[in-house]
Design a binder for this molecule. Structure first.
Ligand code: XIL
Length: 371
């Protein structure tokens, strides 16, 4: 009798994902990248605080926002963001200290009057930048994306940029050392996209291995996780998570979304399909149920895989709160996109229900991890 009474409410709760929260059922920290002005958007707060424990500011802590010119610091938005997160009991993931791309680095970093800066000058500037930003929020930012997107997509190890041209790989090593010196308690992440794919994975493992061998405080590898429907790289991801497990390294899935309008061709063949692609906008009036169902299945398979590596994964963060706020509505061209777990009204999509189901499922004995 007692047993029956106890089982009924449990069954009712389990039958529906409504009322369950991502943070409530995640074995890792659950995060989301949100608009810089979240403090001014009370309509977003309930969804945010119900489902997530960690927040990443979408843009306001990037170098170009914080120090657009040497010594001209802009902390207004970032200060408000951190204060807001604290007021809601959310942990902040700082993003990012160095974005190792020329179009994402304020040009003054590389210049010395009318010539290129020396390696010493570039590194001294980076040291000031990192020390000032990390120091300002010491003890208040749980994790930092220290270096973002430094690996090359082609044949080179590192992406061609002023950073590598002037300072080689050393800027990455120093960035981690100086971030750690400014806040020894912060978890430090090397973050990149496609770093789970064959080829780039080896570069990522090589880089992190060399950094660790030189004593760098790299605590986790960030897998951005910007995926496309029907092309989620499960096998590559599994190989990457297994390799990180073997090396005793943590992973964070730092910017997860599943685009329903594939975009890969945008970069193919020297960009020659762009004019044609810029007109593609198939789901402007809503995403068809069969596409939402496919997206849900693919999210489910992804989270099933993540759960097999829950000893490796320290955090899973989505990139934006709901479909209406996704960066994929404008990158790399304008379209109405539907990549997240919540629709434009903030209501749960089939993908939400599917993810909750995977997260709440008991681990089957067959999927027991070997550590
Ligand atoms: C994106 C933001 O979402 C956009 O608002 C901005 O215009 C460009 O940057 N990888 C990253 C993030 O590390 O910083 C990017 O964020 C998305 C890709």
């Amino acid at each position: 009798m007692l047993r029956a009474l106890m089982l009924v409410p449990l069954a009712v709760v389990c039958a529906s994902a409504a009322g369950q929260s991502i943070r409530g059922v995640s074995p890792w920290a659950s995060g989301v990248g949100v608009a810089d002005r979240i403090a001014d958007r009370p309509e977003d707060w309930p969804l945010l605080t119900e489902h997530f424990s960690h927040v990443t500011p979408e843009n306001c802590m990037k170098p170009v926002a914080v120090q657009p010119e040497e010594g001209r610091w802009n902390f207004g938005q970032a200060d408000r963001f951190v204060a807001f997160a604290e007021s809601k009991g959310l942990k902040v993931v700082g993003h990012c200290l160095v974005w190792a791309k020329d179009d994402r680095t304020p040009p003054w970093f590389y210049r010395d009057g009318d010539k290129e800066a020396s390696k010493e000058l570039l590194l001294a500037r980076m040291k000031t930048h990192i020390g000032t930003v990390v120091g300002r929020y010491k003890g208040r930012i749980a994790e930092w994306d220290v270096v973002n997107e430094a690996l090359d997509d082609g044949k080179s190890e590192l992406r061609e940029s002023g950073w590598t041209r002037l300072a080689g790989e050393e800027f990455i090593l120093r960035a981690f050392e100086w971030a750690h010196a400014a806040d020894p308690a912060a978890m430090l992440v090397y973050n990149d996209y496609n770093d789970e794919l064959d080829g780039k994975r080896e570069k990522m493992l090589g880089l992190v291995g060399r950094l660790k061998a030189r004593g760098a405080p790299v605590h986790a590898v960030g897998l951005q996780g910007h995926y496309e429907i029907d092309r989620v790289p499960y096998e590559a991801l599994e190989k990457t998570l297994a390799a990180l497990r073997k090396l005793g390294l943590k992973a964070v899935v730092s910017e997860l979304d599943i685009d329903v309008i594939p975009r890969g061709r945008w970069w193919a063949d020297g960009g020659r399909h762009r004019a044609e692609m810029a007109r593609i906008n198939p789901y402007a009036d809503g995403c068809p149920p069969e596409v939402l169902a496919r997206q849900a299945e693919q999210y489910a398979r992804l989270f099933r895989l993540f759960r097999q590596y829950e000893d490796v994964i320290a955090r899973v963060s989505f990139w934006n709160l709901h479909d209406g706020q996704s960066w994929l509505n404008s990158f790399p061209w304008k379209r109405v996109n539907h990549p997240l777990l919540f629709d434009r009204q903030g209501s749960p999509k089939p993908a939400f229900t599917a993810v909750i189901k995977e997260l709440a499922a008991p681990r089957s004995p067959g999927s027991q991890v070997t550590r």
